[in-house]
Design a protein. Structure first.
Length: 312
């Protein structure tokens, strides 16, 4: 009897253990499946900054700025008589106060004061507005001219050698015939710290006596203190001819200095001296430029990213 009860107990225990073993095996299989699936961590986003000195020479004044990748030194007039590329990117504004003193062969003097507003437009355009008045040797002041200038750079900086820029200026004079002037502006970095510019110009009076002026100006400058102080040489040549006259040739040369008083304020000084001889008494023997400029725009705080890095 006892063996019968013991046999029945084993059968009942075995039957009870089968579901337990099956459940345990299934749980172990599910655990193994869960452990075999790799855990997905949230994605990690790594951001970097554009190097600040990956341009030739590593100078602050040669860093690319603005929409067109031009070096910073081109955004402030380096030479009073030689323009280079564009000074303003789209919708940036700058102002300049000019003083131009001339001493002529006949002993007379004339001082011109010129107020300029520069406005950058999209697609490599720039418009400048000028108001000019003068004081003669008798200290009599009078209105001289009002003019408007348009510049167009043919490409972003560095795409075309010497960065050619077209320039057209129309001037309405108070006492002489109105004039139309066209220029080709060229400029580039020669080596780190050395900057160069060249202008070729033709100005035509639109009325009598129909004077035509052919001119060329050139400047070269070396940075003594990066983004602070530059010094160099500037020269001007022009040939002016009116109907029935042989015309006059004038060549002036002299030192030029630019001082960045602050990142937005620059001061230019260039006294040029005549080295040609002419029988005409209205030829200048000395011409001195003084320019004080202020940039309202934000170009100097913007870093330009090459096309290959944009959007990264």
């Amino acid at each position: 009897m006892q063996k019968h009860y013991f046999s029945q107990l084993l059968k009942i225990s075995g039957a009870a253990l089968v579901p337990l073993v099956s459940t345990t095996a299934a749980f172990s299989q599910q655990t193994a499946n869960v452990d075999s699936v790799p855990n997905r961590l949230p994605p990690i986003v790594v951001t970097g900054s554009q190097p600040t000195n990956n341009w030739p020479g590593g100078l602050q004044e040669e860093r690319p700025v603005g929409d067109y990748g031009q070096p910073s030194w081109t955004t402030a007039r380096r030479f009073p008589g030689t323009r280079i590329y564009l000074q303003q990117t789209a919708w940036n504004v700058g102002v300049e106060q000019w003083v131009r003193f001339q001493h002529f062969r006949d002993g007379s003097d004339y001082t011109r004061f010129q107020e300029e507003i520069e406005v950058g437009l999209p697609h490599r355009f720039q418009v400048d507005l000028y108001e000019t008045w003068g004081i003669n040797q008798d200290w009599r002041a009078g209105q001289d001219e009002v003019s408007v200038e348009v510049r167009y750079a043919l490409a972003d900086w560095g795409v075309i050698p010497l960065n050619p820029t077209l320039y057209v200026e129309y001037a309405q004079h108070d006492h002489d015939a109105n004039t139309l002037e066209g220029k080709l502006l060229l400029g580039t970095d020669i080596t780190p710290r050395w900057h160069w510019g060249l202008n070729l110009a033709c100005e035509q009076e639109l009325g009598q006596p129909n004077n035509t002026e052919l001119a060329a100006s050139q400047g070269i400058s070396y940075s003594l203190l990066d983004d602070k102080l530059g010094a160099g040489v500037e020269m001007e040549y022009y040939h002016e001819k009116s109907t029935g006259s042989p015309g006059a040739n004038v060549f002036l040369i002299g030192p030029s200095v630019q001082w960045h008083i602050t990142p937005r304020i620059h001061l230019d000084l260039a006294p040029l001296f005549g080295v040609t001889h002419s029988s005409s008494t209205d030829v200048p023997t000395m011409e001195a430029f003084f320019v004080l400029g202020y940039d309202f725009g934000s170009m100097k705080s913007e870093h330009y990213a090459p096309a290959s890095l944009r959007g990264q």
